[in-house]
Design a protein around this ligand. Structure first.
Ligand SMILES: O=C(O)COP(=O)(O)O
Ligand SMILES: [Mg+2]
Length: 236
């Protein structure tokens, strides 16, 4: 039996799932370190620091550059600089992953309500979605600072469940990070883990999502199987 037999709506992670945003996140991190007269970092390092929002990313970068734990006031001083640099170049080098637009289009045509559930600050989420012309697919957008808690806490997903008046087995979370899978499990919903994104360099399969996909387009095959299972049940 497919775990998505009752699927009614889908929540998508953003960074590492829909958009390969690390090149611009890395450039903003490097520009901030430069402005602070600190040693630089590589894009590869930033790839392993993304996942818990902008403040944690900057904290990891500072702690690497200073080679010690970071004081809150050092982080408070660095954050506006990072936010400024990233805002200036949100989509200079970032790209949509293959087939993202066509899959979102197909899911919309099947009338699935779609949401973004990201740990990215809201002031970056919406401009990025607009820049890639995919904002209109999402009827709900929850960013890292939209609620009191972010993923891996289930709060954004439980918020979505009550907002859309869905049972947990009717919502699916699609993401690249263990934070997505942990949040989904804590909310009691199903999840798909994508292998191509950012997961601290770890195998997403170790987080035990309901399915692992290597490409975004594979989601369509799984959703179609659930669609058929539901139709079958209707006719049985
Ligand atoms: O901003 C981050 O650290 C991660 O963002 P995501 O939740 O969209 O992957
Ligand atoms: Mg992600």
């Amino acid at each position: 039996m497919t775990p998505w037999k009752h699927l009614k709506a889908i929540a998508f992670d953003l960074d590492g799932t829909l958009i390969d945003s690390v090149p611009d996140l890395a450039a903003a991190t490097q520009a901030t370190l430069l402005e602070l007269d600190l040693p630089s970092c590589t894009e590869g390092q930033v790839r392993t620091w993304v996942g818990n929002g902008a403040r944690v990313l900057m904290s990891r970068a500072l702690s690497f550059a200073l080679n010690r734990e970071v004081e809150q006031d050092e982080l408070d001083n660095a954050m506006p600089k990072f936010m400024h640099h990233y805002q200036e170049n949100l989509q200079q080098h970032s790209q949509l992953y293959p087939d993202v637009k066509s899959v979102l289009e197909q899911l919309s045509k099947l009338n699935y309500p779609l949401a973004i559930v990201t740990n990215k600050p809201h002031e970056f989420t919406v401009p990025l979605l607009e820049a890639f012309e995919i904002r209109h697919y999402f009827s709900s957008i929850l960013s890292g600072d939209s609620l009191a808690k972010m993923k891996p806490d289930p709060m954004p997903l439980t918020h979505l469940l009550s907002h859309w008046q869905l049972e947990p087995n009717e919502l699916l979370m699609v993401g690249d990070s263990k934070n997505d899978i942990l949040a989904a499990k804590a909310a009691g919903i199903t999840s798909i883990g994508l292998t191509y994104g950012y997961n601290y360099g770890e195998d997403i399969g170790l987080s035990d999502p309901d399915a692992v996909c290597e490409q975004f387009s594979e989601i369509m095959t799984l959703v179609n199987s659930s669609h058929k299972a539901t139709e079958q049940e209707t006719y049985d």
